[in-house]
Design a protein. Structure first.
Length: 380
């Protein structure tokens, strides 16, 4: 059974597409192929502008409502094109594909409770209209995975913990499954332990912002720019006192929190651009070490870190991480047939497939939900 997973992450550089298969009575996905369908520059700018606006303003004008509505349908068209591209690449036909699992593009994620009109509300918003995907491809499309967990009093994240659990829950040793995307998330699991997962903090988010603002580059390729700068440890120590790092798991965050405002709050005293990117790169690494120290190492003896996400390509960041966690073996998720580049797309193929089967696919101990629920909405 071919299933396609789609994801546009917090870096919104393109649509990750994974083609997987499932064997009968087995939920472990087998990766077949993956592509990245890059966004046109104009579309990337529209997404970025919209996320920055929604994340920093409480007043959504009619104009911004128009932009969200239009971009929702536009991204649906692009997601459909990405699906057709991988189908054609693998010489398949739409009828060969059981379903598409599409996460869409997160525009806003607000897992904290607010009281509005007497109701306690959390919310999340992903766009990339599933009706458009289904109509253009002729394939059943499953979308809107976070909402079900939030409705069950969870935080709607991290969803990756379900794929981690399916893959590793029978492992004899305890593993930390670490994903460094725009945000860093981690899952701790192994045989006979209750899974734990949470968002640690910024992954590529702050590094990319500095790279774009100071160096006019989308990202710091291989961490070369960070490698040339001096690290300001004093400012890092102060930033590590931020309230988010004190919160106990389960917890989740996003670019609504770790953005330019965060940089301005803690790192505005740095005037040299190489020092700034070097400092933020080390800061990203040390938040991971801090998470181990504060929430993990006192409970679990982790034998291996299985790592994925675009942050792997930042060699300076990885060198910091290896230095900060010298006693734990670090391996790529590729070792377990989960290509680091496509792991989240594989997740949404799995979530779509389990929704289709009517199987609960959240992990309450990881998201904070009160019960297991079936995540996803089906569009034919």
């Amino acid at each position: 059974m071919y299933v396609i997973g789609l994801n546009s992450g917090t870096s919104f550089d393109g649509i990750d597409v994974a083609l997987v298969t499932f064997k009968r009575n087995n939920l472990i996905p087998s990766f077949i192929d993956g592509i990245v369908y890059e966004y046109p520059i104009e579309i990337k700018k529209r997404i970025k502008d919209l996320i920055i606006f929604v994340g920093n303003s409480r007043d959504c004008s009619l104009r911004q409502g128009h932009e969200i509505s239009q971009l929702n349908f536009l991204l649906g068209e692009l997601f459909a094109l990405a699906v057709l591209k991988i189908i054609n690449k693998n010489k398949l036909k739409p009828k060969d594909v059981l379903l598409i699992g599409s996460h869409g593009q997160t525009i806003y994620h607000h897992p904290q409770v607010e009281t509005i009109g007497g109701f306690k509300i959390k919310s999340t918003l992903q766009i990339g209209e599933s009706s458009v995907i289904a109509q253009r491809t002729g394939i059943k499309t499953v979308s809107n995975f976070r909402e079900g967990d939030i409705a069950a009093s969870g935080q709607g994240a991290p969803l990756i913990s379900y794929l981690d659990w399916i893959t590793f829950h029978k492992s004899k040793d305890i593993k930390a499954i670490l994903n460094i995307g725009g945000i860093v998330n981690i899952t701790i699991l192994g045989n006979n332990i209750t899974p734990m997962a949470f968002d640690i903090g910024p992954g590529n988010a702050l590094i990319d912002l500095v790279s774009q603002k100071d160096f006019k580059k989308d990202y710091d390729s291989y961490g070369k720019m960070a490698a040339t700068g001096k690290i300001n440890f004093e400012l890092i120590e102060n930033a590590l006192k931020d309230d988010y790092f004190k919160l106990k798991p389960p917890k989740t965050t996003g670019k609504e929190y770790f953005n330019q405002d965060f940089i301005n709050k803690y790192f505005s005293n740095i005037k040299n651009k190489h020092e700034r990117i070097a400092t933020l790169t080390f800061f990203t690494a040390i938040t991971i070490e801090k998470a181990f120290k504060d929430f993990i190492s006192n409970k679990y003896k982790v034998n291996e870190i299985v790592i994925s996400g675009g942050g792997i390509k930042n060699r300076t960041l990885m060198e910091h991480l290896i230095t900060l966690l010298p006693d734990i073996k670090i391996v790529l998720s590729d070792k377990y047939n989960l290509p680091y580049k496509y792991k989240e797309a594989i997740l949404f193929a799995l979530l779509g497939y389990t929704c289709h089967l009517g199987i609960c696919n959240n992990i309450p101990s990881c998201t904070g939900a009160k019960k297991k629920v079936i995540l996803g909405k089906i569009t034919n």
